[in-house]
Write a protein that binds this ligand. Structure first.
Ligand SMILES: [Zn+2]
Length: 478
């Protein structure tokens, strides 16, 4: 069977034109699953053909309309005809771009009119730009490019550099829009939770530091609405206002209380504080605290279990760590610190045992005992080291430690674990150090803007709103 796809175009003046879009098929009645229906190549060719006829017909109709002088109704003189290429998801279409001289009546406009340039300032459709940016934010540019050309009839696939440029350009526009302060929120939130954390991205070799810090925040209101925000402090344009805009969008007013969850680091905390208009409460998030306790518990698992005595000491240690965890969970900072110090004292005794001259005993049994004591001492030193780190952390952040158990019961925010997974997604999946990816601060910052919009599912809306910030080369029309 042979097939032919036609397109029928009806102009606003009623003229009907038909064009052949694509043909295909075979001269046999034999078939297999491979010959049934359209192939990917048929599909691409059909879409590209349809797009070409449609874009050309639409621009011609538009130009005809624009040629008529709105003042006297006569035709403007044709100055010249150029060509212009429009990049779209369904192929690159080359269109005729006539330029019209001013009308002889010269009343309303005395400039040369270039209608096609006016409707295609970016030489690409916004949808094309958005999809290239979206794919570029999700995948390495090279793979994004390969994937786009796999399914879409994009004859001249954008080069890696073009994909990068389009992605960062979209990011720049999104940021520009984000600095605009929104109107008063329609729905006022009763409370806002701001989880804020830092992360690191490896920098390009030419840059003076190995990596640079970025901030990631997850903001939610009592209605369960949630927005992710990210930025690279050194590159951000009015970072505080941008984050404030996010809070505002979730209904924060100057009286809305804001709970700021963090790992206690100064940078993210003060950004959160600065962005909040309402009264703030800082809380050390349980996720970070419990990870540190967990680290001690993991280290204690390596305790030797050669003898009954070792096993008993090991069990006591595990028990002590669980009690430290329990006291911290209930916000009993002082009691937790007391127990940490007690445990450290016990560990120091175990560690000191090896330095006593047990090894002086000549008997084989004594040598074995000495080896066991050495193993215990090594384990004690390891656990003591991580426990001391926990002690430093807890005493340093004691002001931010709350009664998590009660807060949890009252449904109050206690953890930024979700932020942690956001960090994972935003940073590591695309900007991973393991992939040897290196970023310029500006590139990383703008990429994050696009990635965050993709994550918030607002890219389409934000991109359309940010259109007014498009940086277009000024073109003299005359
Ligand atoms: Zn006129």
């Amino acid at each position: 069977m042979r097939w032919r796809v036609m397109v029928e175009l009806t102009g606003m003046d009623g003229t009907v034109r038909t064009h052949e879009v694509s043909v295909g098929g075979a001269t046999t009645i034999e078939h297999s699953s491979a010959t049934i229906g359209l192939t990917l190549a048929d599909g691409k060719r059909t879409l590209a053909g349809l797009q070409g006829h449609l874009v050309r017909a639409q621009t011609e109709e538009y130009c005809r309309g624009r040629r008529r002088c709105s003042h006297c109704g006569s035709q403007r003189p044709l100055k010249d005809v150029r060509t212009r290429r429009l990049l779209s998801l369904f192929g690159t279409v080359e269109v005729r771009s006539p330029r019209f001289a001013p009308c002889r009546c010269a009343v309303p406009c005395c400039r040369t009119l270039s209608p096609v340039a006016a409707i295609m300032p970016d030489r690409c459709t916004p949808e094309y730009e958005r999809l290239v940016a979206k794919m570029g934010s999700l995948l390495p540019y090279r793979r994004a490019r390969a994937l786009l050309s796999e399914f879409l009839p994009i004859a001249d696939v954008p080069a890696v550099e073009t994909t990068r440029r389009r992605t960062t350009r979209v990011g720049a526009r999104l940021e520009r829009e984000a600095t605009v302060q929104p109107a008063t929120p329609a729905n006022k939130a009763r409370s806002i939770t701001l989880s804020i954390d830092g992360g690191h991205v490896r920098s390009v070799r030419s840059y003076r530091v190995r990596s640079f810090e970025i901030f990631l925040a997850q903001v939610s209101n009592d209605d369960g609405q949630q927005i992710v925000f990210s930025s690279m402090p050194a590159e951000a344009d009015r970072q505080r206002e941008q984050l404030r805009g996010v809070l505002h969008g979730l209904g924060a007013t100057p009286t809305t209380p804001v709970t700021i969850l963090s790992d206690g680091a100064e940078g993210p905390r003060s950004l959160g504080e600065a962005a909040s208009l309402g009264p703030t409460q800082h809380v050390l998030d349980w996720f970070h605290l419990s990870m540190r306790i967990q680290h001690v518990a993991q280290t204690a698992k390596g305790w030797p279990d050669a003898s009954v005595g070792d096993r008993r000491t090991g069990a006591d240690l595990v028990d002590a760590i669980e009690r430290i965890r329990w006291r911290l969970w209930h916000g009993q900072v002082k009691r937790a610190l007391d127990l940490i110090r007690e445990t450290l004292a016990t560990l120091d005794t175990t560690g000191a045992a090896v330095s006593s001259p047990v090894a002086a005993a000549a008997a084989a049994a004594a040598a074995a005992a000495a080896a066991a004591a050495a193993a215990a001492a090594a384990a004690a030193a390891k656990v003591a080291r991580v426990l001391r780190e926990l002690e430093t952390y807890v005493s340093g952040q004691s002001e931010l430690i709350i009664d998590y158990a009660t807060a949890r019961r009252r449904d109050e925010p206690i953890s930024t674990a979700t932020t942690e997974s956001t960090v994972q997604w935003l940073l590591h999946r695309r900007m991973n150090a393991q992939q040897q990816m290196r970023w310029s601060p500006r590139g990383a910052h703008l990429m994050l803007k696009v990635r965050t919009a993709v994550m918030n599912r607002t890219l389409e809306r934000d991109h359309a709103t940010a259109e007014r910030w498009a940086q277009r080369p000024f073109r003299s029309a005359a």
